[in-house]
Design a protein around this ligand. Structure first.
Ligand code: PLP
Length: 389
């Protein structure tokens, strides 16, 4: 019997990076010592006190039952407490927080909540490809907002023509940014609130790298901006802050109407996350922030290895302000894919070609700080040995 997938599945974008992952896996299989800096999967373990909290929680049979719909009130309170402590943002745990199966789930769900077929969404270019997937599933269309180096990788709203804004219901932003590693300032977020309220557009600020800022910078939450809650939500995840990518815990926070739409949709998809995982997440959020500071220190030292090493070799390698990525212009004569292929084939170093994040990503590669310093130094040495500069 043959099955024909529904239109919505056929609309999904192709996974650009899966081909690269396959090529890298083949080289590993052939015995090469591959250094994979192409993906965004944190390499360090979850802090032990959080793992211990999970172990304890699993032993309690109460966690084996269905958790309450929309999650544990204690977890909502914990994330509200965390936002207040770190950003001075006040949130109502009942109406302004939704618990997500990781940030990715919420980023997809919000398009399903807001977009009818033919509605439009503003997405950053380059940007995190999951935004495209949610829009495609909902039958929406995208208007790309170019992020240019000479505008600090912030979209310029004045560039958007009236016809590009027709039927726009939703926009995605993400700072600290994947893939460019740029950070946003208060002025930009203020502009965003005013643009979105004028145009009647819901803002989703993806704050996945919200805890990772360098040189003492603490990235701003969009919700710190006056009026932000009127126009949108922030999506936060525990994946990067606490190295909990496999645990799948995230949050949508902010506008109560949008939060209730996400909760409504989730009531149909799921009950909620495993109760033991939720309890461990409470422990993480209410515990000391020392583990976050240590992690940021680790990434900052790794950043030094890549940026200093490549800069000394004549590459232009801007210092990232946040996230765990470096976004590096390719040497002249290369496309981003040609450079990524060459680095894999001749140096066994995997990097992500910028074009995979959108056409404005052409001319750059993204290199993640997700290996120990000695491995990063080895990657730099191998790249330098190619004498491309
Ligand atoms: N947003 C951005 C920009 C990301 O880079 C990622 C993960 O790589 C996510 C969201 C999703 O994170 P998670 O689904 O693990 O919460």
């Amino acid at each position: 019997m043959s099955f024909i997938p529904a239109e919505r599945l056929r609309r999904l974008p192709t996974q650009f990076f899966s081909a690269l992952a396959q090529k890298a896996a083949m080289r590993v299989r052939d015995g090469h010592d591959v250094i994979n800096l192409g993906q965004g999967n944190p390499d360090l373990p979850t802090p032990p006190h959080i793992v211990e909290a999970l172990r304890q929680a699993v032993l309690d049979p109460a966690t084996h039952r269905y958790p309450p719909f929309s999650g544990l009130p204690a977890l909502k309170l914990a994330v509200v407490n965390w936002y207040n402590r770190r950003f001075g943002v006040a949130l109502d745990p009942e109406s302004e927080v939704a618990i997500l199966f990781g940030g990715k789930a919420g980023l997809i769900e919000i398009s399903e909540c807001l977009l009818n077929p033919g509605d439009r969404c503003l997405v950053p270019d380059p940007g995190y490809p999951d935004y495209w997937s949610g829009v495609a599933l909902a039958g929406g269309e995208m208007t790309f907002m170019p992020l240019r180096e000479n505008n600090a990788y912030l979209p310029d709203y004045s560039e958007l023509r009236a016809e590009q804004l027709e039927r726009v219901k939703l926009m995605f932003l993400n700072y600290p940014n994947n893939p460019t590693a740029a950070v946003a300032d208060e002025t930009f977020f203020r502009e965003t609130v005013s643009f979105a309220s004028k145009q009647g557009i819901a803002v989703v600020h993806d704050f996945a790298y919200g805890a990772i800022g360098f040189d003492g910078l603490r990235p701003r939450s969009f919700l710190q901006t006056d009026g932000a809650k009127n126009v949108g939500i922030e999506v936060y995840t525990m994946s990067k802050t606490y190295n909990m990518a496999g645990w799948r815990v995230g949050f949508a926070l902010g506008n109560a109407a949008l939060i209730s739409m996400i909760n409504l949709l989730q009531d149909h998809y799921y009950v909620s996350l495993f109760g033991a995982v939720q309890r461990a997440a409470v422990t993480a959020l209410l515990g000391s922030d020392d583990c976050i500071d240590e992690l940021v220190g680790v990434y900052e030292r790794r950043r030094g290895v890549i940026v200093d090493g490549l800069t000394e070799a004549g590459w232009r390698c801007p210092k990232p302000g946040g996230s765990f990525f470096t976004w590096i212009p390719v040497p002249s004569g290369f496309t981003s894919t040609a450079l990524a292929d060459l680095l894999l084939e001749r140096a066994d170093v995997v990097v992500a070609p910028g074009v995979g994040f959108g056409s404005m990503g052409e001319g750059y590669v993204r290199l993640a700080l997700l290996a120990q310093e000695d491995r990063l130094a080895e990657a730099v040495a191998r790249i330098r040995a190619l004498r491309l500069m």
